[in-house]
Design a protein around this ligand. Structure first.
Ligand code: HMG
Ligand code: MG
Length: 302
């Protein structure tokens, strides 16, 4: 196996993980979670999103969360911005990176951001331009790259089409996102290869929800293709309010266990990561959605 020696994980728990929670998670808990994640060694954290609070009430405290974080040197903080209004609100929070989020399927684009794929690109273009002018790095998320909750199958060509549109407006990096966790490794290969027609391997990441238990296999096949950046979520939290039935992202703890087991460096301390997962899981009154975390926690109890 030809695998990258080092992998960068983008922790999306505070955003993707918590956006879907029904009960309001206090701002202080979100801030504490970010602090614990950075202490565990995560160097990229997707903190929140500047979206409409009517659409996603859980992220309404976006500015307060960003303001409350004690930033750690070397850590980069990103936020989602669907339009100029969101970007302008986010600017005061000084994000290192913003994320514009589009979809490979028309139906999901409509349900999630209330516009067509073409309209979304029109909306993102000035956001990308303004961000880059301000020296803020721009990532693009490509939802439903492996399947859509409304349209079903999504062909790799549609992922390639979206990647080309994102490239055309100046997006610097794209994530191949399995929003509903239906993908399997060959399908992932097709979506990544379609993306690589427009972006270099160093500018592509994987974002795999684990609804069908395929996310680790999908991570491994991506690694074999040379992808070395992945979005993961502490304790496997997550889901999208506009993708019913989808469960959380692949758990950061599980991916770190996989990578360290294969001798791949992450810079993350798995024990402290498990502690961070325990902290948020206890707050949410459930067990961590990570097999590795559960196994490690069970070993701690005499
Ligand atoms: P819209 O209703 O078409 O927007 O929503 P609009 O421009 O017509 O404005 C309507 C109202 O929204 C106005 O307020 C605006 O001020 C307000 P009103 O006059 O009614 O009081 N508004 C905003 N407020 C705050 N921040 C903003 C903003 N923009 C407008 N940025 C919109 C369009 C995009 C805003 C809406 O559809 C939305 O917020 N969608 C977000 C959905 C979302 O956050 N989904 C989850 C994140 S994506 C995800 O999880 C997938 C990912 O993880 C990858 C994967 O797994 O696939 C990234
Ligand atoms: Mg997601």
């Amino acid at each position: 196996m030809n695998l990258p020696p080092r992998v960068k994980l983008v922790e999306v728990g505070p955003r993707d993980g918590l956006q879907n929670e029904k009960g309001q998670v206090p701002t202080a808990i979100k801030i504490e979670l970010v602090h614990r994640l950075q202490e565990a060694g995560l160097s990229e954290i997707e903190v929140t999103s500047f979206v409409s609070p009517k659409w996603v009430p859980q992220m309404a405290d976006n500015a307060q969360v960003m303001a409350g974080i004690v930033r750690k040197a070397g850590v980069r903080y990103s936020v989602l911005t669907p339009n100029l209004q969101g970007f302008e609100a986010a600017l005061n929070s000084r994000p290192d990176e913003i994320v514009v989020f589009g979809a490979a399927s028309e139906a999901f684009s409509q349900k999630n951001i209330n516009c067509s794929i073409a309209q979304s690109i029109e909306r993102f273009a000035p956001v990308v331009q303004a961000a880059r002018a301000a020296g803020i790095y721009v990532r693009g998320a490509m939802s439903c790259a492996l399947g859509c909750p409304y349209e079903g199958e999504v062909a790799p060509e549609r992922v390639g089409y979206l990647a080309g549109l994102m490239k055309g407006i100046g997006v610097q990096h794209v994530g191949v996102a399995d929003t509903i966790g239906v993908g399997t490794p060959r399908k992932v290969q097709g979506a990544i290869e379609a993306t690589l027609k427009h972006f270099a391997i160093d500018d592509v990441s994987g974002h795999f929800h684990d609804t069908y238990g395929q996310a680790l296999a999908n991570t491994l096949v991506s690694l074999q293709l040379g992808v070395w950046q992945f979005d993961t979520s502490i304790a496997g939290l997550g889901g999208c309010p506009y993708a019913k039935g989808a469960t959380g992202n692949v758990a950061t703890e599980d991916v770190v266990y996989l990578l360290h087991g294969m001798g791949i460096e992450t810079g993350i301390d798995l024990d402290r990561l498990v502690d961070a997962g325990k902290f948020i899981s206890e707050f949410l009154q459930r067990k961590p959605g990570s097999r590795a975390a559960m196994a490690l926690l069970n070993r701690r109890t005499p």
